[in-house]
Design a protein around this ligand. Structure first.
Ligand SMILES: NC(=O)c1ccc[n+]([C@@H]2O[C@H](COP(=O)([O-])OP(=O)(O)OC[C@H]3O[C@@H](n4cnc5c(N)ncnc54)[C@H](OP(=O)(O)O)[C@@H]3O)[C@@H](O)[C@H]2O)c1
Length: 464
C-alpha cells in the first residue's frame, strides 16, 4: 500500500550553517520528524531511530520537510550530529543552495550580518522562503528587509520566519505577530532576552565578582571568547528592536536605541538592591508614554540593567532563562518565559517556522505595517544612582545641590556603613526623571573632588 507521505513532494530545505542550532534543526527534521525517511529514498540510519510511530502524526502529506543540502565553511570539520549522505549533501558554496531550483526553503543559521545577509537576500530574490535565527541581521536591516519581502511577494509567495531570533525557544514572535494581541493595545514590553548576562547577574547576586563570573561563563560555554555583544547589551538591543516593531509597528533604528550593558554593575549594587527588595536584570524595554491618561504618547526603546522588585514577574527568570512581560490594555500583564538559547529550544522555533511554511500558515507579511508613533528614547523612569567617593564633609549636601540644579527630585539616599573612608559609596534614588537629566547629573557629580569614578545609574521598575 502507498502512504500519503510517499505520494507528496517533500518541502526541500537548504540549511546554511550546521553549528549549535543547525545541528538541532537537522536532527529534529531528519530524525524526530522522519525527514530522512520521507524523501525519495526509504533508507534510515541509526540516528533516525527516534522517528517512532508516536511522532509520525507530524508527517501528514503536506508537512513533509527534508534537508537536501547543508552549507558550511569547512566540510571536513567533524560534526556533533550524524548527517545522512543518502539524503543530504554537504556543500561549502552557498550558491549551490540558492541557485538550486529544487530547494523551496532556506534556513539560515550561520549568523553574522555579511555572509548571512547576502545569502538571505539572494534566497528571497530567488523566490525561496527563508527561516532565520539571526536577530542582528533582522534588526540592522529591518525596513530594507520588509521592503524586499514585499517586493518579492508581488511575484512569488515567499514566507519569512524568524521565531528563533528573539528569546530562542520562547514563541514570543508568533504570540505578537500571530494575532494574540489583535484586539488589544500593547502599552509596554520588557524582556530578559540574553541568557549569558542573566546567568552572570545571578552569580553576582550570590557575591561572585564580575570578572570571575565572566571567566566562569566562558569556561562553561555560556559566554563567547569575545563577550562584547552580550555584556554590552548589543544582543538585547537587536532583540528589543524586533519586539518593538511587532508590538508598536514602529521601526526604531538599532543605533538610536540607548544601550547600557552590565559591565559597570558590581556586587555592591546587589547589596543595595536587596536592601530595597529588588534584584538586578538586564532588560530591553519598549514602552509608550502616557499623554492623556492612556499609553498614547511617544515610544521609548532602550536597553539597561534595571532594579526589579523581587515580586515582579521578570524577577523569576533565573540562570540562563529568558522572560518577556507584555503589558496591554485588555490582558493586563502577561509573562512568557522559557529557554532563550540552546540547540533544541532554538531549533524547535526554527522547525515550527518550517512547519508553518509547509502547511501555509506562515503569514505572508511577517511584520506589521509601519505606524506613525513618535519615538522619544530619552525615556523617563525612577533611577538608582551609585556614587563612589572618598569620605569628607558636605558630600550629601553637594549631591542634593546638583540634583536640585538639574530639576531632579531625590526619593531616597542610602548608604552601607563606611568601612573604608578612602573608598565609600552612597546610593541616590530619584523620582521619575529623564535619562538625559540623570546623565547630566552624573557628568556633573563626576567632576567633584570627592568622586572616585563615574557614577553608576540604572532605571528602576516601580513596585509591582
Ligand atoms: N546558539 C544559540 O543558542 C542561538 C540561540 C538563538 C539564536 N541563535 C542564532 O543562530 C545563528 C547560529 O548560531 P549557532 O550558535 O548555531 O552558530 P555556530 O554554532 O557558530 O554555527 C555557525 C555555522 O554556520 C557556518 N558558517 C558560518 N559562516 C559561514 C560561511 N561564511 N559559509 C558557510 N558556512 C558558514 C559554520 O560552518 P563551520 O561549522 O564549517 O564553521 C557553522 O556550521 C546565529 O544567528 C545566532 O545568533 C543562536
Amino acid at each position: 500500500m502507498t502512504s500519503s507521505s510517499q505520494l507528496a513532494r517533500p518541502l526541500r530545505i537548504g540549511l546554511i550553517g550546521a553549528g549549535t542550532v543547525g545541528g538541532g534543526v537537522y536532527e529534529i527534521i531528519m530524525n524526530r520528524l522522519g525527514g530522512g525517511g520521507g524523501s525519495s529514498s526509504s533508507n534510515t540510519t541509526a540516528g533516525q531511530s527516534s522517528s517512532s510511530p508516536s511522532n509520525n502524526h507530524h508527517r501528514s502529506a503536506n508537512l513533509h520537510p527534508v534537508i537536501t543540502k547543508i552549507c558550511v565553511r569547512d566540510a571536513s570539520k567533524p560534526r556533533t550530529f550524524h548527517i545522512d549522505p543518502t539524503h543530504t549533501q554537504i556543500v561549502t558554496d552557498v550558491a549551490s543552495i540558492i541557485n538550486d531550483t529544487d530547494i523551496d526553503l532556506v534556513v539560515e543559521v550561520a549568523g553574522g550580518t555579511t555572509f548571512a545577509k547576502d545569502a538571505v537576500y539572494a534566497s528571497l530574490k530567488m523566490g525561496k522562503s527563508v527561516v532565520t535565527a539571526n536577530k542582528a541581521l533582522i534588526a540592522e536591516n529591518l525596513d530594507e528587509l520588509i521592503g524586499l519581502i514585499h517586493d518579492v511577494n508581488t511575484k512569488n509567495g515567499v514566507k519569512f520566519g524568524y521565531e528563533a531570533s528573539v528569546c530562542g525557544g520562547i514563541p514570543i514572535i508568533h504570540t505578537l505577530s500571530g494575532g494574540c494581541y489583535k484586539g488589544d493595545i500593547i502599552n509596554e514590553i520588557m524582556g530578559i532576552c540574553n541568557g549569558t548576562t542573566n546567568y552572570m547577574l545571578g552569580k553576582m547576586e550570590e557575591g561572585v565578582d564580575y570578572n570571575e563570573v565572566l571567566k566562569e561563563a566562558q569556561a562553561l560555554g555560556f559566554a563567547e571568547a569575545d563577550p562584547t555583544a552580550d555584556v554590552e547589551g548589543h544582543d538585547v538591543r537587536a532583540k528589543i528592536s524586533i519586539l518593538a516593531k511587532l508590538s508598536f509597528g514602529t521601526t526604531v533604528p538599532v543605533h538610536t536605541i540607548p544601550c547600557m550593558g552590565i559591565t559597570n554593575v558590581s556586587v555592591i549594587d546587589f547589596a543595595y538592591a536587596k536592601s530595597m527588595g529588588c534584584t538586578i536584570k538586564l532588560i530591553g524595554t519598549a514602552t509608550r508614554k502616557s499623554q492623556f491618561g492612556e499609553h498614547d504618547g511617544a515610544l521609548s526603546v532602550y536597553v539597561s540593567p534595571k532594579l526589579v522588585p523581587n515580586d515582579h514577574p521578570l524577577a523569576s527568570a533565573t540562570g540562563c532563562g529568558n522572560a518577556v512581560v507584555v503589558n496591554s490594555a485588555n490582558l493586563g500583564t502577561a509573562l512568557y518565559t522559557g529557554p532563550g538559547a540552546g540547540r533544541y529550544p532554538t531549533a524547535n522555533s526554527i522547525v515550527a517556522d518550517i512547519m508553518r511554511v509547509a502547511d501555509s500558515t506562515c503569514p505572508s507579511a511577517p511584520f506589521p505595517l509601519s505606524s506613525s508613533i513618535e519615538i522619544d528614547n530619552d525615556y523617563e523612569s525612577a533611577f538608582y544612582i551609585r556614587i563612589s567617593f572618598q569620605d569628607g564633609l558636605g558630600i550629601v549636601r553637594k549631591v542634593g545641590e546638583v540634583a536640585e540644579s538639574m530639576g531632579m527630585s531625590i526619593h531616597s539616599i542610602l548608604q552601607q556603613p563606611i568601612t573604608d573612608r578612602m573608598a565609600a559609596d552612597t546610593v541616590v534614588t530619584t523620582e521619575a526623571c529623564k535619562l538625559s537629566q540623570v546623565q547630566e547629573f552624573c557628568n556633573r557629580i563626576e567632576k567633584e573632588d570627592f568622586v572616585l569614578c563615574p557614577p553608576v545609574f540604572m532605571p528602576m521598575i516601580p513596585e509591582y
